[in-house]
Design a protein around this ligand. Structure first.
Ligand code: AMP
Ligand code: MG
Length: 336
């Protein structure tokens, strides 16, 4: 059996976990990242097949560089209204709401600026001032007009759902697994983790949070049930310019430049994957102080922030869930 056939075969084998319910795993590459979906339950195999199909369909629908995608149709409509699928309309509406809530820290119309930096391609570069100014002039999520399922963009504007699409895909996969009666599953969508229920043995899932300074090693872990744990950081995708400066893939819409504040990563914990994903990107842009204030004015998520000088902050709702390695300390963010 050829190596990749063997791998495909192995990853569809039920896992022998010593528990009553059968478990199954799927591994796939979608939305530019490796994903692993694990579920337990009698319908685990069928449910994971359906969840995988849903994720792949969303990828085809949303891929910004695919000429057949709906995002492509939106971005090449030259000011003409475009009829959207229910998925894209919902995603666009969520992006608009979180854009407004974060004063534009999340702005899905940033795509021309991301392109100017080359983050949409294989090679990145620091754009010259004129190129950047031209791209920035096209950015403003408030000028996107969404009316029911029809969207109209000003000519030249382009959108990209990269900041929240994986969270939305996770929510859709969770929904499908639940429809199949799955009550224990862990979906890892390239660092976006979404858990259904608890582990098959009833204990909470332990989700490792990466150390931004050494991404292959964990910094701490979070014990969760029925939650999304979603991290953003400029350590995930970046390039180093000729002068040695490091530029990350999360940009500040206010400047058109990669975020360069005190933060190294933001992890959001909540029930909605799409909201956690959008907020992880937006609060990374806002920085420590504004992110903490945003959390104080919200009631539907918790967060863990790591600064570039390696200090760990967590919101008080995570006190029970957080496990730190021996000798490591962390600062708590409280409501007052
Ligand atoms: P995430 O990994 O979820 O933080 O998403 C980062 C991706 O979102 C980037 O690779 C860009 O495609 C896009 N992006 C970067 N900065 C922003 C921003 N401020 N608002 C919306 N999308 C962004
Ligand atoms: Mg995000």
């Amino acid at each position: 059996m050829k190596k990749h056939h063997l791998a495909a075969f192995l990853c569809t084998l039920p896992l022998l976990c010593g528990c009553a319910q059968p478990s199954a795993v799927r591994e796939l590459f979608a939305m530019d990242t490796y994903m692993q979906l694990t579920a337990s339950g009698n319908a685990a195999e069928t449910a994971l097949d359906a969840a995988q199909q849903r994720i792949l369909a969303l990828e085809s629908l949303l891929a910004v560089t695919d000429e057949k995608s709906e995002t492509w149709a939106i971005n090449h409509a030259d000011g003409v209204p475009v009829e959207l699928s229910a998925d894209t309309a919902r995603l666009l509406q969520t992006a608009q709401e979180i854009g407004a809530q974060t004063d534009g820290a999340l702005d899905i119309s940033l795509y021309p600026v991301l392109s100017a930096w080359g983050f949409t391609m294989d090679t990145q570069n620091v754009p010259d001032a004129q190129t950047l100014a031209q791209a920035r002039a096209l950015v403003d999520y408030r000028r996107i007009v969404l009316h029911e399922n029809t969207v109209t963009l000003p000519e030249g504007m382009q959108v990209d759902f990269g900041a929240l699409a994986k969270g939305y895909a996770g929510d859709c996969a969770v929904e499908i697994l639940r429809e199949y009666g799955i009550s224990s599953a862990l979906l890892n969508l390239g660092g976006n983790v979404q858990a259904i229920g608890s582990k098959p043995d009833g204990s909470p899932w332990n989700i490792a949070v990466q150390n931004p300074a050494a991404p292959s090693s964990p910094l701490c872990s979070l014990a969760v049930t029925d939650a999304a744990v979603i991290t953003s950081g400029n350590y995930e995708r970046y390039f180093i310019a000729e002068d040695g400066t490091k530029y990350g893939h999360i940009l500040d819409p206010a400047t058109g430049a990669p975020v360069d504040n005190e933060l190294a990563s933001v992890t959001i914990v909540g029930t909605s994957g799409v909201r956690c994903d959008a907020l992880s990107t937006a609060l990374f842009v806002l920085g420590l102080e504004d992110a903490a204030n945003f959390w104080r004015n919200s009631g539907d998520f918790e967060m863990l922030l790591v600064t570039q000088d390696d200090t760990l902050y967590y919101t008080q709702g995570l006190s029970e869930a957080l496990t730190l390695p021996d000798g490591r300390t962390a600062e708590v963010i409280t409501r007052d």
